[in-house]
Design a protein around this ligand. Structure first.
Ligand code: G3P
Ligand code: MG
Length: 413
């Protein structure tokens, strides 16, 4: 079922016969080689302008006869509740993504994943998504909630920082270049009885000694001040984390020195709820932030200070636009245009396909033109009518319907 806001035409009919599966082994290999070449050229870590392409050899994977028409649109896909539920593809997502590739597996439409989730490095996430979805995804196409943390490298590269959350938050931060990262779990392990109820916790955790930890310079957490705290992904043990974060944020980690200036605190996202594998919505990082803030503000004279990244912040959409621009330039070389150097062109439309009105749709709305929001009914949002507070430009049942609509609207199907 499709609901269109404003003047967009309703186009709900699926066009599955046009699907062009390209995930067979041969195509996968060929695409892999191209992908590597593109990846080498593609610097998607932060907003880095297309000027970096100057004076470089143009991409060689397309012969001049194969030059493709420049795509004047791009797509940003939310992951949880649109592409996946837990680790399971939903809404025909593998088929939908395959439609963005040509017969021999070449990427025809610039797209990326714009998720507030995370906990693993973008390189690993790209690999994992490629396997789950059957298309070749470059790491530069994966923007996670914590991806902009790398912009804080200059400030904290050699400072002692804490990282917390599910997955491997220290690995994420180390891959961004931070040199002295300690996980909250490891930090807590240095202080006996810091978590007074730990002996009642019956779940089994892998001993720290068995985990692959990035090699860090030796640091003494009992005498060295914590310079910043990063909530990289959804915290696992809320009780312990709230307790230890209250300690660290009040004392800089030097427990006898309460009421010191609060170290900077960064959250990768602020989602109150999100769609995971369980049928109903789950509490997200925003819920954890509210819990921490409420408690901290009751026990500390000064209120909690923090910065939250992720959607719906407009800079996330600006960054996505810059990455899509680079991707578009690498895909659609027209050597006659700019002395053989790819040139970026503004997009006519950038589609944000999401499931969360107050995150995905609000973000696209705030970012303004050329963003166009599409809401699916596979995640946080499920109702028949458009969302009242943050109405999307289009409401569809699934991501497959969304892609079908886009390709028809852009005359590509
Ligand atoms: O923890 C993940 C969640 O907060 C949202 O992920 O992909 O829906 O932006 P996503
Ligand atoms: Mg989502």
């Amino acid at each position: 079922m499709v609901t269109v806001k404003k003047s967009c035409k309703s186009e709900s009919a699926r066009d599955s016969h046009r699907l062009q599966p390209s995930s067979n082994h041969e195509n996968f290999q060929r695409t892999k080689e191209r992908k590597l070449r593109v990846e080498m050229r593609f610097h998607a870590s932060t907003i880095s302008r297309v000027s970096q392409f100057k004076n470089r050899a143009p991409l060689s994977y397309q012969s001049s006869s194969q030059r493709r028409k420049r795509c004047n649109f791009g797509i940003a896909f939310d992951i949880d509740g649109v592409i996946l539920r837990g680790r399971v593809p939903i809404g025909g997502s593998p088929r939908a993504l395959r439609r963005l590739y040509g017969d021999s597996g070449e990427l025809n439409v610039p797209y990326l994943f714009l998720t507030n989730g995370g906990g693993i490095p973008e390189t690993k996430r790209a690999k994992e998504l490629s396997e789950l979805l059957g298309v070749n995804i470059m790491f530069s196409q994966v923007v996670q909630g914590h991806s902009p943390f790398r912009n804080l490298l200059k400030k904290f590269e050699n400072e002692l920082i804490i990282a917390t959350g599910k997955g491997d938050p220290t690995l994420v931060m180390s891959e961004y270049g931070f040199k002295k990262v300690v996980s909250l779990e490891e930090y807590a392990s240095y202080f006996e009885s810091i978590d007074p109820v730990s002996q009642y916790k019956r779940w089994t955790t892998m001993p720290l000694s068995d985990r692959k930890m990035p090699t860090l310079p030796r640091c003494d957490v009992s005498s060295e001040r914590i310079k910043a705290v990063f909530v990289v992904s959804d915290p696992v043990d809320w009780g312990r984390d709230i307790q230890v974060l209250c300690d660290v944020l009040r004392s800089g980690g030097l427990h006898r020195e309460a009421n010191r200036n609060q170290p900077p605190l960064y959250f990768a996202a602020d989602d109150l709820e999100y769609q995971a594998a369980f049928p109903s919505k789950r509490l997200g990082m925003g819920a954890f932030r509210i819990a921490l803030e409420s408690i901290f503000n009751r026990i500390n004279p000064k209120g909690l200070e923090y910065v939250s990244y992720g959607k719906p912040n407009p800079f996330v959409f600006k960054n996505a636009e810059a990455i899509l621009n680079q991707l578009q330039s690498s895909l659609c070389l027209d050597h006659s245009e700019n002395n053989g150097v790819p040139r970026s062109h503004p997009f006519k439309t950038l589609y944000m396909i999401g499931d969360n009105p107050s995150v995905d749709v609000k973000g696209a709305q705030q970012a303004g033109r050329p963003w166009f929001s599409i809401l699916t009914r596979t995640g946080v949002f499920r109702t028949k009518d458009n969302h009242a507070e943050f109405p999307a430009d289009l409401v569809v049942d699934t991501v497959e319907e969304a892609v079908d609509y886009i390709l028809k609207r852009e005359c590509m199907s």
